[in-house]
Design a protein around this ligand. Structure first.
Ligand SMILES: *Cc1c(COP(=O)(O)O)cnc(C)c1O
Length: 397
C-alpha cells in the first residue's frame, strides 16, 4: 500500500525509542540503568487518583465539551492568573490529550507551507516533526553552552526573515534545563512584538525549577505579547501524570477556537476521568509536588557533581526540568576497542551495549556534542549509572 508523503517524512521520536530499547533490554533480564526517561519516576499523588476513582463511580464517563469541561477550564484560568499573572477567559483554553497534542494542534492552526518556524537548538524533538507535519519549514538556531543554551536577541534577529511566522520558547527547557529570566524574555519579546511574530511558549516544566529561580511566561510581559503568544502547559511533568494525557493551551480567542474545531474532528474531548483528576491536581494540595521538586533538586546536585568529576565531560548547572545535558566533545575522535567515536550517538550506543546505561544522544535535539541524562530515577540508580559511565569513559583513549 502506498504511504502519503506526509507519513514518509516522519521520524519516530528518538527519545521514546531509546526508552523502549532500554525497557526491552530490562524485560530480557538485562541490568540496564535507564537515564533516558522523560517522565517523573514518582507515582501520581493519591488525592488525584482518588478524584479519578470517584469520577468513575459517579458516572463521569461520557463525552465532555471538546476543549474540556467548564470546571477544568475554570481551574486552568485560575491557575494562569495565580501563578503566571495571566488573564484568560475559559473560552481561550483548549484541553487536549497531553501538551504534545496541544502543540500539534497549535502548529496545525498557525502554520502552513511557506512559513518558517524558529526553533532554538537544542530543541525538544517533537517540535521539529510537528512543524514539518504542518507543512512549514523549521529554522534551527543553535544556542551555545556559554550562553546557558539560551537564544540571544542577536541570534533571534538574524534568524528572522519575511517568512518567519512562529518562534518556539521552551523554558525550563528539555533537554538543557535552561530557564530564561524575565529580562532575557523581555529582550526577545520586544523584537517579536515589534515584528508581530507569534510565540509558542512551552511551559510544561514550569513547576520543576530550582535555586529560587522564577518561572516567567513571556505572555505576561505585555498585552501585545499576550496577543501573540500561545501558552502550552500540562499536568504530565508537574503532577507525575504522564499516562493520564492532559495538556492545555491558552490562546487568543480565534486561535483557541480553531484548535478546538480541529480537535473536534480528531480526538474530540480529552479523557473525561483524567479531566476530573486534573481539577484536583490544580486545586488540591501542593505537598506532593513540593516533595518531588525537593527530591529532584537533591538528585540534580548529586548527578551534576558526578558528571563534572568525569574527565572530559562538562555540564553547566541547569535551572529546571529533570535533565543534565553534558558536553562530551573531548571524546570525539578517540577510540574504544579500536572503534572511533564520531559523536554523542556513538557514545550513547557504546554506553548502552557495553555499560548497560541508556541515555539520549544530543543529535535527537539537534546537538551531537552532548547527551541527555535524566535524573528522574533513584539516587541508587544514579550512583550506579554514573559509576558505569565513569568506568567506560576511562577505557576510551
Ligand atoms: C514532556 C514534554 C511535553 C509533552 O508532555 P505531555 O505528556 O504530552 O503533556 C511537551 N514539551 C516538552 C518540552 C516535554 O518535555
Amino acid at each position: 500500500m502506498r504511504l502519503a508523503e506526509r507519513a514518509l517524512g516522519i521520524s519516530p521520536s528518538p527519545t521514546l525509542s531509546i526508552d523502549a530499547k532500554a525497557k526491552k533490554m530490562m524485560a530480557e533480564g538485562l541490568d540496564v540503568i535507564n537515564f533516558g526517561v522523560g517522565e517523573p519516576d514518582f507515582d501520581t499523588p493519591d488525592n488525584i487518583k482518588q478524584a479519578a476513582i470517584e469520577a468513575i463511580n459517579k458516572g463521569m464517563t461520557k463525552y465532555t465539551p471538546v476543549p474540556g469541561t467548564d470546571k477544568l477550564r475554570e481551574a486552568i484560568v485560575k491557575k494562569l492568573k495565580k501563578d503566571n499573572g495571566l488573564d484568560y477567559q475559559p473560552s481561550q483554553i483548549v484541553v487536549s490529550a497531553g501538551a504534545k497534542h496541544s502543540l500539534y494542534n497549535v502548529f496545525q492552526v498557525l502554520c502552513q507551507s511557506g512559513d518558517e518556524v524558529i526553533l532554538p537548538a537544542p530543541y525538544w524533538v517533537s517540535y521539529l516533526e510537528q512543524v514539518k507535519l504542518a507543512g512549514a519549514s523549521p529554522v534551527i538556531v543553535p544556542t551555545r553552552a556559554s550562553e546557558g543554551f539560551k537564544l540571544t536577541p542577536g541570534e533571534l534577529e538574524s534568524a528572522i526573515t519575511g517568512k518567519t511566522r512562529v518562534v518556539v520558547i521552551n523554558s525550563p527547557s528539555n533537554p538543557t534545563g535552561a530557564v530564561y529570566s524575565r529580562s532575557e524574555l523581555k529582550a526577545l519579546g520586544e523584537i517579536l512584538e515589534s515584528k508581530g511574530i507569534a510565540i509558542i511558549s512551552d511551559e510544561i516544566y514550569e513547576e520543576l525549577i530550582y535555586d529560587g529561580l522564577e518561572h516567567v511566561s513571556i505572555a505576561s510581559l505585555s498585552p501585545g505579547l499576550k496577543e501573540l503568544t500561545v501558552v502550552i502547559n500540562g499536568l504530565s511533568k508537574s503532577h507525575a501524570m504522564t499516562g493520564w494525557r492532559i495538556g492545555y493551551a491558552a490562546a487568543p480567542v480565534p486561535v483557541a477556537k480553531a484548535m478546538a474545531d480541529l480537535q473536534s474532528h480528531s480526538t474530540s474531548n480529552p479523557n473525561s476521568i483524567a479531566q476530573v483528576a486534573s481539577v484536583e491536581a490544580l486545586e488540591g494540595t501542593r505537598e506532593p509536588l513540593r516533595n518531588m521538586v525537593n527530591e529532584f533538586n537533591r538528585r540534580r546536585d548529586f548527578m551534576l557533581e558526578r558528571v563534572n568529576a568525569v574527565p572530559g565531560l562538562s555540564c553547566a548547572k541547569p535551572g529546571g526540568a529533570f535533565y543534565l545535558f553534558p558536553d562530551m566533545s573531548s571524546y570525539i575522535g578517540k577510540l574504544y576497542n579500536g572503534k572511533r567515536i564520531e559523536g554523542a550517538s556513538d557514545l550513547a550506543a557504546l554506553l548502552l551495549e557495553e555499560a548497560r546505561v541508556a541515555l539520549v544522544p544530543g543529535v535527537a535535539f539537534g546537538d551531537d556534542h552532548c547527551f541527555r541524562l535524566s535524573y528522574a530515577t533513584s539516587m541508587e540508580k544514579i550512583t550506579e549509572g554514573m559509576n558505569r559511565i565513569e568506568r567506560l569513559l576511562s577505557e576510551i583513549s
